[in-house]
Design a protein around this ligand. Structure first.
Ligand SMILES: [Zn+2]
Length: 472
């Protein structure tokens, strides 16, 4: 469709009539003169009251096309706000301010360490840093429809070594020819946050006139504990179903996760002079052997993984994350510590994996005469494998994806983890889907393909309408 200038604002015209003109607008924005800038939100909001019908697909497409560049800029702005664990305050403030600009009521859920420690489902670490909140915004429906939660996370993992990034990790650099935006959190999960904010804008200001409520959660600590979603569900509104917009391309959705567990091992050796090291037990060397022994035992389980999990070459994973040992002067080290992260698919459980690892270590200790010298610390992040039963939600997603020309979505398991477990524990069917194509999450040069933002917004708009029902 050819580009043309947007019409001059006429404050008396109805949104319905101005939406008709959205269809002719180009989504291209001239950075120099702003000639094709999308309409200001205040104008859309001011005209909302005159709408008398539910928005058509054409209305939605016109609205998304007109706002697309604005949402790209918002994503860039959010990437430029670092939001690693304990340092998310500025990001929370920015998202809250945006919600307020939409006229949406906000609930803040403080991450108080003293309260989280008392909750059995909460995971460590617990931060005492002030001013940290997960957010929830609820748009009430007119009644008689199903309610839906959309969950995204505001936190990001650390950027790592900045020198290894092609563009600075918090630059939000846009490669225009490639249609790609770079930066920590670009795809995980600030694109998800922007998609949810855009959906709220569509619901409120197009409007969609839904029967069921839509609740958007913007949580902290998805990357580290999952406690944000826990707080939002414990004290905030629940719903008939939930989508987590985080971590998949548009042809893929996740309905189950492997179990995840983090743990430590401490191995005591026997000191000896380095000149006669054979009379002692070098804890550093012995722990290095033990690490590989346990690793082999865990990886051997992959040979018998169940049919569903054969799409992954090795869903049983164990990764040595830390190892340390220091010998005193001219003395072999007599103490060594290691930390591990392990994933495992069902039917294995936390209990059976712990048993397997401790038995493997016991055999090793018996072979090397180390009984009583190895201690396990099961004190880290630990979640069981989780499966969300949600055939009706899957059917709606497939139906809407087909309608949007995205074809069939591959819905299946993931070796990672997410906050899905809290929805499942609350009895809420849940799928993880979107925000679309990106790459290098948790690594340098994380990126997101901007063209997918409007696609995922359009698809979720259809899903919301289909799931919640429309009033007219
Ligand atoms: Zn994520």
């Amino acid at each position: 469709m050819p580009a043309r200038r947007p019409p001059e604002p006429d404050r008396r015209e109805t949104l319905s009539s101005s939406l008709g003109e959205f269809h002719g607008w180009s989504s291209r924005v001239s950075a120099k003169d702003g000639a094709d800038d999308p309409p200001p939100l205040s104008r859309l909001r001011g005209e909302r009251r005159t709408v008398r019908r539910t928005a058509s697909n054409q209305d939605v497409q016109g609205f998304v096309a007109a706002r697309e560049q604005h949402w790209h800029k918002l994503l860039q702005e959010l990437i430029r706000i670092p939001s690693t664990f304990k340092c998310e305050q500025a990001m929370v403030a920015r998202v809250a301010a945006h919600l307020e600009s939409l006229g949406v009521g906000i609930r803040r859920f403080p991450h108080y360490s003293h309260q989280l420690k008392d909750q059995p489902a909460a995971q460590p670490p617990f931060s005492a840093a002030p001013g940290r909140y997960s957010l929830s915004a609820r748009i009430p429906g007119s009644g008689g429809g199903r309610s839906l939660i959309l969950s995204t996370h505001m936190d990001v993992v650390p950027e790592g070594n900045e020198a290894e990034w092609t563009h600075p990790p918090f630059s939000g650099h846009i490669d225009e020819p490639a249609g790609v935006i770079y930066g920590r959190g670009a795809t995980d999960d600030k694109a998800g946050v922007v998609a949810a904010l855009a959906l709220l804008e569509i619901i409120c200001h197009l409007p969609l006139r839904l029967r069921g409520d839509v609740i958007c959660q913007f949580v902290l600590e998805d990357e580290i504990t999952g406690n944000g979603t826990l707080l939002c569900l414990k004290d905030g509104p629940r719903a008939d179903a939930a989508f987590i917009i985080d971590g998949t391309r548009l042809n893929r959705a996740i309905n189950q996760h492997a179990g995840n567990v983090e743990f430590g091992i401490v191995l005591k050796g026997k000191p000896a002079s380095v000149g006669v090291s054979h009379v002692g037990v070098n804890a550093a060397e012995m722990l290095a052997r033990l690490v590989l022994h346990i690793r082999d035992a865990v990886f051997a389980l992959n040979a018998e993984r169940s049919e569903l999990w054969k799409q992954f070459p090795s869903p049983f994973q164990i990764s040595l994350q830390e190892i340390e040992s220091v010998g005193r002067q001219l003395t072999v080290p007599d103490l060594a510590r290691a930390r591990f992260y392990m994933t495992f698919p069902p039917p294995f459980t936390l209990a059976s994996m712990r048993e397997l690892v401790t038995e493997s270590a016991a055999k090793f200790c018996a072979a090397y005469g180390l009984e009583g010298l190895v201690r396990f610390d099961w004190d880290g992040f630990a979640v069981e494998p989780i499966m969300a039963e949600c055939p009706s939600l899957e059917a709606v997603l497939q139906e809407c994806a087909t309608g949007a020309g995205l074809g069939s979505i591959n819905i299946g398991p993931s070796t990672g983890t997410s906050d899905m477990r809290h929805f499942v524990a609350a009895g809420i069917p849940c799928l993880l889907y979107g925000p679309g194509d990106g790459g290098n999450p948790h690594r340098m040069d994380e990126f997101y393909k901007l063209a997918d933002l409007s696609k995922v917004i359009l698809l979720y708009t259809a899903v919301i309408q289909r799931w919640c029902g429309t009033a007219v």
